[in-house]
Design a protein around this ligand. Structure first.
Ligand SMILES: Nc1ncnc2c1ncn2[C@@H]1O[C@H](COP(=O)(O)OP(=O)(O)OP(=O)(O)O)[C@@H](O)[C@H]1O
Ligand SMILES: [Mg+2]
Length: 332
């Protein structure tokens, strides 16, 4: 086994061991001084509770075990919102991603859904998993650019291929995954707790969120084409898989429910007018089986306030945020 963590990743790099590596010359060894990253640790503890402390304490050992078990060499690590994501190689050959999370149930749901989508090229392949440790071994998507980092939204035809790929599942998940209605209630409650933050409270009234929640409950309760949803198909969870492959979804939070849900984020992404949203909804619904334009529009209305709140947590309001809030306030 050889574990090398030598180059910090872009953005959320959690540990640079370049110095350590320089001092150790060729003595390649695991160096995960996670104590340096108090923010990241706090984030995981806030999300997963006190149990995350012991998981974090055991993390270096877990990484080592995964490397032994799967013959990995790792070179970069990024802290996601709920996981550590390592990139590297297996058997000194194919590119892989090792995703480790203290949320064991989340990892189990993710693995179940990824296996269900093994027949489509538009979802990342799960190579193996050790679910009692929250460990997923994934193929590495190349070039892997996040759609959120690209200047233009992908074309409707590319998005339609991805959404159509997500519809190719063997089925039979009832009772094994949360329903969309359950997942949505949790999402609206989480958003409600964020309304008091200084950038959000002047723009998003609790009644606006409650209106969206009511509409979302009505939509989830009746109609739509039910199936296995990705559940979290925002633009950062869609990667470029290269010319032969197209868009590839990662990081599902799978749910069972109306498949129109997965089209929301692309339809609203960076939009600056209702005409633009309507046009995108029309293009997508013409290309994806069973995707209903009216329902997609209403799903966009129902979730617009939630997406606006998420944006406001990251940056000041822009034209898209204002449009989302306007859309959330419409009643038809
Ligand atoms: N299979 C993969 N191939 C290439 N890059 C990947 C892969 N999986 C994850 N990544 C990279 O790691 C980042 C975090 O991964 P992921 O979204 O699965 O983790 P997460 O903890 O759920 O993070 P977040 O909540 O921030 O989305 C992704 O945005 C992507 O840049
Ligand atoms: Mg993600």
């Amino acid at each position: 086994m050889r574990v090398v963590l030598a180059r910090p990743a872009r953005g959320d790099a959690l540990t640079s061991v370049a110095d350590a590596a320089a001092h150790r010359h060729d003595e390649r060894m695991l160096n995960l001084d996670l104590s340096l990253e108090a923010d990241g640790r706090d984030r995981l503890v806030a999300r997963f509770g006190q149990g995350a402390h012991s998981w974090l304490a055991a993390l270096p050992r877990l990484v080592e075990l995964c490397c032994q078990r799967w013959h990995l060499e790792l070179d970069e690590v990024v802290l996601g919102n709920g996981s550590y994501v390592f990139t590297g190689r297996q058997y000194d050959a194919r590119g892989v991603v090792l995703k480790l999370t203290p949320g064991l149930a989340i990892a189990a749901d993710e693995a179940l859904a990824l296996r269900a989508w093994s027949g489509t090229a538009h979802v990342v392949d799960l190579i193996d998993a050790k679910l009692d440790a929250g460990a997923l071994l994934l193929e590495k998507i190349e070039p892997g650019t996040k759609v959120s980092d690209q200047p233009e939204l992908p074309a409707a035809s590319e998005m339609a291929e991805l959404l159509t790929g997500l519809r190719c599942t063997p089925g039979g998940y009832a009772g094994k995954l949360p329903t969309l209605a359950e997942g949505m209630d949790a999402m609206f409650s989480r958003t409600g707790r964020r309304l008091s933050s200084p950038r959000v409270s002047p723009l998003v009234a609790p009644s606006l969120l409650a209106h969206g929640h009511r509409l979302a409950r009505e939509l989830a309760a009746a109609g739509g084409a039910p199936g296995l949803l990705h559940g979290d198909l925002h633009l950062s969870n869609i990667l470029q898989g290269g010319p032969g492959r197209g868009l590839v979804a990662i990081d599902p939070g799978p749910r069972l429910g109306d498949l129109a849900w997965d089209a929301i984020e692309w339809t609203l992404g960076r939009a600056t007018s209702t005409a633009e949203i309507d046009d995108r909804a029309g293009q997508l619904c013409a290309l994806v089986p069973d995707l209903d334009r009216d329902r997609l529009w209403r799903w966009c209305q129902a979730t617009a306030a939630v997406i606006a709140v998420l944006q406001l947590r990251r940056r000041p309001p822009d034209d898209t945020t204002r449009l989302l809030l306007q859309l959330a306030a419409t009643t038809t």
